[in-house]
Design a protein around this ligand. Structure first.
Ligand SMILES: CC(C)(COP(=O)(O)OP(=O)(O)OC[C@H]1O[C@@H](n2cnc3c(N)ncnc32)[C@H](O)[C@@H]1OP(=O)(O)O)[C@@H](O)C(=O)NCCC(=O)NCCS
Length: 336
């Protein structure tokens, strides 16, 4: 038997961060009318004071390219050196081709393979875990991971359960090879039996049938069983975070920042209580001014902490994403 050449295993690290913040600031007062709500109710239940939406002429590709370019510039790596581009999104309006190939073209990443993943609010740490695997195995030297959403397009603004939560934006990490580990192992999982807890409905096939029968054109929108998601996240993610810390050989005392998916400030509060962080650990609260941007929320929240000087390059941060699926993923990262 002739052997296939072995490639040495190696480590990976995050070497660039870039974000695109959607330009339109939407205050609670602007959206409360159709859902008979109030600024006070939304702030009490979610922490959200405002959310950022992209204007009609800005697509998820525009946002992803902007964030991706900034991550490349931050790292000082040209797009031509990219081996892979992974885009995590649930708001790309085409079934095919992927958002990632459009980003690949716009960035001029001539040598990169490109594909999307669909893991909703867990998507960013899922994609970071995949990037780590590609680099460790030698498949790619540089992998660009982008989380991007334009959820304002997919939200029913008359739905009392979702209208106030979702938002738009993009965030990117550039990962490359490293002599020492720049990431802990990814702890991930899913429970598809609960797929109805957060779902984009109706399906395109159902919409086509509805149109044939009624002539009425509808669009799929996000639906959520808020209390079920709340209980699942609060009940399960503390253990997932503990496992991610343990896999990295760390305890809550060893990290400088906790950057959970910005789902809801009350979920973050519950996780912080459960994880018993020391006072010194900085907690990301980007949801207050940005809203829930699903796959983009972790890099956007990390960017805010860096800009505010609350974390610095080299710090250790615990990240965790969770949401539709129900899917989750957590890992410790070294801040670029
Ligand atoms: C969505 C969420 C804020 C709703 O809060 P809730 O307390 O579960 O809301 P409920 O549907 O049980 O309703 C509670 C009360 O608020 C009222 N209410 C519901 N939606 C409302 C709204 N948008 N504005 C004002 N009042 C509202 C209800 O009528 C009900 O009133 P009552 O007590 O007088 O009957 C909450 O479930 C939540 O935070 N879930 C987690 C969702 C999440 O983070 N998703 C992101 C996943 S990635």
């Amino acid at each position: 038997m002739t052997n296939i050449a072995a490639r040495p295993l190696r480590h990976s690290e995050i070497i660039g961060l870039g974000v695109h913040r959607a330009s339109r600031i939407v205050l609670n007062d602007e959206i409360v009318g159709p859902i008979d709500s109030s600024d006070q109710w939304i702030q009490e239940r979610t922490g959200i004071k405002q959310r950022t939406w992209a204007p009609a002429d800005i697509s998820i590709i525009d946002m992803a390219v902007d964030a991706g370019n900034k991550a490349l510039v931050h790292a000082g790596i040209s797009a031509e050196r990219l081996g892979t581009i992974i885009v995590s999104t649930i708001s790309h309006p085409y079934q095919t081709p992927s958002a990632a190939v459009l980003v690949q073209d716009r960035l001029g990443a001539r040598h990169a393979g490109a594909f999307d993943i669909s893991a909703a609010c867990a998507g960013f740490p899922y994609a970071v875990g995949l990037a780590n695997g590609l680099i460790s195995s030698g498949e790619s030297d540089y992998v660009l991971v982008i989380g991007v959403e334009k959820l304002s397009d997919w939200t029913d603004m008359s739905d009392r359960g979702t209208a106030f939560i979702f938002a738009d934006g993009a965030g990117a990490f550039l990962l490359g090879p490293s002599a020492v580990p720049g990431l802990g192992a990814t702890i991930w999982g899913a429970d598809g039996s609960e797929f109805e807890a957060i779902v984009m409905q109706p399906s395109l096939i159902e919409l086509r049938e509805h149109f044939k029968q009624t002539g009425e054109l509808q669009f799929p929108k996000l639906r959520m069983q808020g209390q079920k998601v709340f209980k699942w996240a609060v009940g399960g993610m503390v253990e997932v975070c503990h496992r991610a810390l343990e896999a990295a050989g760390l305890t809550p005392d060893d990290i400088q920042a906790f950057v959970p998916h910005q789902a809801n400030n009350r979920i973050t509060d519950a996780l912080v209580r459960g994880l018993k962080f020391p006072e010194s650990v900085v907690i990301a609260r980007d949801i207050i001014l940005t809203g829930n941007t699903s796959a983009a929320s972790i890099p956007l929240a990390l960017d805010t902490l860096l800009r505010e000087g609350q974390v610095k390059s080299g710090d250790l941060a615990l990240t965790v994403g969770f949401g539709a699926g129900l899917a989750y993923a957590a890992q410790v990262i070294r801040v670029p």
